[in-house]
Design a binder for this molecule. Structure first.
Ligand SMILES: [Zn+2]
Length: 494
């Protein structure tokens, strides 16, 4: 049975009743440090199992944690980027539970004094999604269940994370998706996390409840855990919301219990994982091995100074100051790498629109099509300075648009420099004037109206002859020179 939606309201196909979901998100993001939170072990994705461990992160008796100062720097920068209030005093707590991939039997996390609170993310609709808090914590290890038994890899144990918790401000699966996109963007631009979901650097839990439209207060919320893609977050909500509504309609209030569910993308359903623990089950207490942290004004200001302009501000500036469309501004802020590349090319060439076109139509297209060895703009041998050279040559008429495109594609393919490639492609060959004149005569003969129009003062009509001459020259003639020759022939009466 299909569900009708009216904005954020879900209309039951059974009863026609109107239901509203309330959604909150918890996102774990891995901070981009070289080493773990409390030891010197390297953070390395894909390393052989249990090769990035030491007595500290495997919880050996007597081993003591030492805070990685780099973690604090990045966490504070993330907080500032998200507009949160950084606490001046904070500490770590132990969250106690037993699992085979948690050798200490507690996770070092933060409970009642997280390092920051507040802040949030604005959606394109203007809705502001408030953050309740962000805290630092260490990751647990990874358990793989195989036919031969369960295997534990402790390489991830102790990897630094920030966990952010929103208020229940979201009201649709689409908003949840957009929130995550914007949130990730901020972390990436701020340089605090690469937030690569395929490497498990960003993981998401969803809290969702439903209630009849107009009902005061919230009903029981259900948590859907360990979602590792934004699509899965959206899809899990699209299944969980109707499931809860159907349960209430079939069994009345009390039909939905507070629990943790897992989303199964293959069967497109959520199912019970465990009935949720309360906070008291974890018996949090301040970690006696780690001193209280005092966050100085100097540290906070230092991180604030390191923050680049964030994506939302860049999009606004690209439209207001550079005259780009909303769409182009969105494409160019798809990653910090893209935005920085574009800005450098725009600044050097003085032509933002041309730079925007080259970056989105040629460079991003080629990267997206997998035509290049490079995986990102940063890895391209064609640097923004090279691109600006191409833009300048095209603007001066030294290169025509087709030649310029050919040049850029060849540079991308071979990794060779711009000038070198111009020579290799023969784009610098000088066309003999008598040869050019011959082509121009042919073009004028084929388009007799051009002569009349130009004599009547409409120079624009010359355009019809430039293409054919260009073609005849194999793309090497200079359009400016063609124009001069054509005008000379017409005005000379020949
Ligand atoms: Zn270690």
């Amino acid at each position: 049975m299909s569900w009708q939606r009216d904005g954020d309201v879900w209309i039951s196909p059974e009863t026609g009743a109107r239901w509203v979901p309330t959604i909150g998100l918890e996102v774990h993001a891995q901070l981009s440090t070289k080493t773990k939170l409390f030891c010197g072990c390297e953070v390395s994705f894909g390393a052989p199992p249990n090769t990035r461990t030491c007595p500290v992160c495997t919880g050996q008796p007597g081993a003591l944690p030492v805070l990685n100062a780099g973690v604090l720097d990045l966490a504070v920068r993330a907080a500032i980027a998200l507009g949160a209030e950084v606490a001046r005093e904070t500490h770590f707590d132990r969250k106690n539970y037993f699992y085979c991939d948690l050798p200490k039997n507690f996770q070092t996390s933060q409970y009642d004094h997280p390092f920051c609170s507040g802040g949030g993310v604005k959606l394109s609709s203007g809705t502001f999604i408030r953050l309740n808090r962000i805290h630092m914590e260490e990751d647990a290890g990874k358990t793989m269940h195989t036919d031969a038994g369960s295997l534990v890899d402790l390489n991830r144990t102790g990897v630094p994370l920030i966990e952010s918790v929103t208020e229940a401000d979201l009201s649709s699966p689409e908003d949840a998706y957009e929130y995550l996109t914007r949130f990730r963007e901020v972390l990436q631009f701020a340089g605090v996390s690469t937030a690569d979901m395929e490497k498990g650097e960003l993981r998401c839990d969803v809290n969702v409840s439903v209630r009849p439209e107009g009902e005061e207060g919230l009903r029981t919320k259900v948590e859907v855990k360990n979602l590792n893609s934004f699509r899965h977050v959206q899809a899990s909500l699209e299944h969980e919301i109707p499931r809860q509504v159907a349960a209430y309609e079939a069994e009345g209030e009390g039909a939905v219990v507070q629990e943790t569910r897992l989303y199964d993308p293959e069967r497109e359903e959520t199912r019970t994982m465990r009935v949720k623990e309360g906070e008291s089950d974890y018996r949090y207490f301040p970690c006696p091995d780690l001193p209280k942290l005092h966050l100085s004004e100097a540290l906070i200001e230092e991180q604030r100074a390191l923050l680049p302009e964030l994506p939302e501000a860049r999009r606004a500036r690209y439209q207001a100051e550079l005259g780009l469309s909303e769409y182009d501004a969105g494409v160019l802020t798809g990653s910090r790498d893209t935005a920085d590349y574009f800005e450098e090319a725009a600044e050097r060439s003085g032509d933002a629109k041309a730079a925007a076109n080259w970056v989105s139509n040629e460079l991003l297209r080629a990267l997206g099509a997998g035509e290049l060895e490079a995986g990102s703009l940063r890895e391209l041998s064609l640097r923004p300075s090279d691109l600006s050279l191409v833009i300048e040559k095209a603007a001066s008429g030294e290169l025509h648009s087709k030649g310029a495109r050919e040049l850029v594609r060849e540079c991308l393919r071979t990794g060779a420099g711009v000038d070198e490639t111009i020579q290799a492609l023969g784009l610098d060959e000088v066309i003999d004037d008598s040869e050019l004149e011959g082509w121009c005569r042919e073009a004028l003969e084929a388009n007799p109206r051009v002569r009349e129009e130009v004599l009547a003062g409409k120079d624009k009509a010359l355009g019809a002859c430039i293409g054919p001459v260009m073609k005849a020259s194999g793309g090497k003639a200079d359009p400016k020179r063609i124009t001069e020759v054509l005008k000379g022939l017409i005005e000379g009466g020949s």
